[in-house]
Design a binder for this molecule. Sequence first.
Ligand SMILES: *[C@@H]1O[C@H](CO)[C@@H](O)[C@H](O)[C@H]1NC(C)=O
Ligand SMILES: *[C@@H]1O[C@H](CO)[C@@H](O)[C@H](O)[C@H]1NC(C)=O
Ligand SMILES: *[C@@H]1O[C@H](CO)[C@@H](O)[C@H](O)[C@H]1NC(C)=O
Length: 445
Amino acid sequence: MSYGIKRFFLLTCCLACSWSGLEAKIDLQVVRQWKKLEFNFPNDATRKTAIEKRFYVPGKCVPIDMDFHDRQDAQKSRIFVTIPRFGEGCPVTLGTVDDQGHITGYPDYSWHDNQGKNCKGLTSVYRVAIDKCNRLWVMDAGKIGSKQHCPPQLLAFDLSSDRLVYRHVVNASNYVSTSLLITPVVDVIGTSDNCKDTFVYVADALGFGILVVDVANDRSWRVTHRFMYPYPSHGSFKINDDSFDLMSGVFGMALSPYQRGRDRYLYFHALSSTTENIVSTKVLRNDSFLQNPNAEPRSIKVLPGERPNQSAAEAMDRNGILYYGIMDPPSIWCWNSATEFSPRNFHQIAVNRETLQFASGVKVVNNRKGEQELWVITSRFQKFLKGTIDSKAVNYRIHAAKIPNLFACSSCPNSPKSPHIPTKPVIPNTEFLDETLECDDLLEV
Ligand SMILES: *[C@@H]1O[C@H](CO)[C@@H](O)[C@H](O)[C@H]1NC(C)=O
Ligand SMILES: *[C@@H]1O[C@H](CO)[C@@H](O)[C@H](O)[C@H]1NC(C)=O
Ligand SMILES: *[C@@H]1O[C@H](CO)[C@@H](O)[C@H](O)[C@H]1NC(C)=O
């Protein structure tokens, strides 16, 4: 693209941005969309059996999370989706999406069959994470609906061979009967290539805690703190014309970028809340939680500002910019973690009442060119909850955009620094900031 065209494109885009409130603006591109989910079965016989046993009931499943595996060479890149089993009818709980949007069980269908009776396979997966060591981390809650069929387990697959390389079955002392282990975030310690030295922090949405898995030593512990609970004042949700109540604890989680010689920070928030919390991962990695899960009251901090309303998912890029969805109005936002967590530093990336409802999966993906991309999965989850899903309308969408392109219309990376940063700031990479063109400059052309 010539410089002139690029500037014209950015100018057009910026003009659209300045008409805030106009909902025609969509900066994210829809990569896949579904009215209802369609599945590939190994053969007609397995499909028939799945329907007979009500393992497959068309129109019954909602995708909640996704990740994108961009591959080198001739191998096709893959989109992973998770489909938690809230009840009967979902033939696979983790799969890859083909060009037609059909979902194939990962790593193969046998892992998904015999639902509730196959604890060596997958029972119900809410969220996944791909790490820098080419592993797909899968958190299996072990529950179908509210029944715990199998112990929760954390698995890792090597994405080159699609072989299982790690399985940690969570011991009964580390979860409670209401637990719902949903969100894994992966901390490969240091810059070394020692992929074994890894910790995984997992949100327990309904057990109100965080599970810490020490992969090198194959052990885990539970951490609890009052910030992991839902806030009754934020237990009512509104998405367009639908209202519903949910009291969910820690749900959205993101890790700060790695900085040499420092521990990362874990950002996290409860679904039924408007706040954001921060804890040094060093605190979480302390194995004295094996004796006592209660975190020191002051070891975890709540950031001072609040979001206008609830957020289901978040992710952070390598420059310390946090991306998250907001329920009402359905929208995607960013916040530069080097600034105060306050509405004046929250920037809207996209808003759309139709396409951005309930953003339950937000991921920062490293593509094969070394660029970062923002991926988001949205659904009419509120309609699903209320049993009013209309399978003639588009209900689920996966969106994506290159992060530098998003910044053409957002001042996130350039937010003024706060004089009173409450926590140790992540220093954004300034080289990257210099490359970003600001809308204001362009409007003066
Ligand atoms: C596993 O859980 C059981 C039951 O809560 C407990 O007695 C046991 O000590 C735990 N084992 C480990 C290794 O934590
Ligand atoms: C681990 O936690 C215990 C109990 O809170 C504390 O006494 C100890 O200093 C901590 N260790 C580290 C390395 O932070
Ligand atoms: C969410 O925040 C927006 C903006 O402040 C507000 O208009 C809306 O009423 C809020 N919704 C709920 C359910 O609180």
